[in-house]
Design a protein around this ligand. Sequence first.
Ligand code: HEM
Length: 374
Amino acid sequence: MFENLPAEAFSRGSVIGWGFSVLTFLLCRYLVNRWNTQSEKRGRPGAKVKLVPRGRMQLEPQLNIEWNNIEPAKFRPFKPQYAMTMALEKADFQEWLLLENTYDRMTTHRSEIAKNHTQDVNLVVDDPRTTAAVYELYDTVVGYMFTKWPQYFSRDGKNIKNLIKNTTFPANAERSKQSPKRLLEYLAENVEEDFIVLEYDENEEEYIAKAATFIAPSGFVPAEKVGIKLSDIHGPVPKYDEKLKLSMNRFFRRIETGQLVKRFNWTIQNSDKIYLPKGSHAGAAEKVERLHAKDLDFDHTVHFRVERQTLSRLPKSRFLVFTIRTYLTPLSQLKKEGLGERLVEAIHGLPSYIKQYKRADAWGPAVEEYMTMP
Ligand code: HEM
């Protein structure tokens, strides 16, 4: 998929400008197909690389959309019975990154988090392969933005103008001479998704998180998750080794450039924060204090938190890219949507080990009381 997006290829389109968007699109299509074939031919030395069918992952510009008219997607993935599986769905490249009417407010908020927690949220392991992968990720994201939304992200010499925020960011990672950490900050400031890149380690026989912009952690300290392998990242997740480790490691190795999958995680939190490193999870032996509906503010503080996650592979570095887009919705909104009963059923359907991990014994009874109140 990402072979579609060398920032260079797309720069020509924005120079030609608005009136030539159709021409730009055709040119992109040609360059993408050429680059697609060449990058697959280059591949990794000795690696068996599958050829991605030409044109399969075309990215269509969305010229007719207005960002501030797009309501945030309402992802409500809770089910009557929780199954501890990968629960991956095929996704289309067109929906990799999203633009919704929360963009300006949330990217401003993300910049503040990045500034206030500078040691914690934009993280890079210092090695040349990781630097190259961060450059590749950066160029891919920038290319994606100004191909899909040329009316909002346009080329201006060495920079991209962000016409929504009236700011600029570098058009090309390497030429910008910015550090990988600074490049990740630019992503945090301009995109609502978090990004983590992972590299396969032959000795560990597992993927390792090598760099991340982790602006919206829920129940973990991002700095403690970078530089370690997938099974250690998931160390606190109960039954991970037994139920997920094998299938995840196998799937992560198999995913090819050109494929995109997505999944969802949900929980309830007594907070309106997306940056929430503490307080969401409990260890197996921890005593969880029960909350009471009368003490809680379901309009402003108690939120349904859903994370839309995607997984794909960069073609040059062959690092994996994991994205997380976080949505917070006040519980009163879910009640208005008539989802109270479904949510209560889903909370009852959580196995006890997940209930404990998600602290559902704290918020579950209060949510049930609130949702069943007239
Ligand atoms: C197919 C891919 C993945 C699956 C099925 C998966 C599954 C899970 C599950 C079931 C949890 C428990 C959280 C909950 O339900 O609230 C979790 C937590 C978590 N996952 Fe993943 N995950 C995936 C990929 C990743 C990747 C690539 C990262 C990269 C860093 C990651 C980082 C985390 C972290 C940091 C936590 C919180 C752990 C903690 O409590 O300290 N996950 N994951």
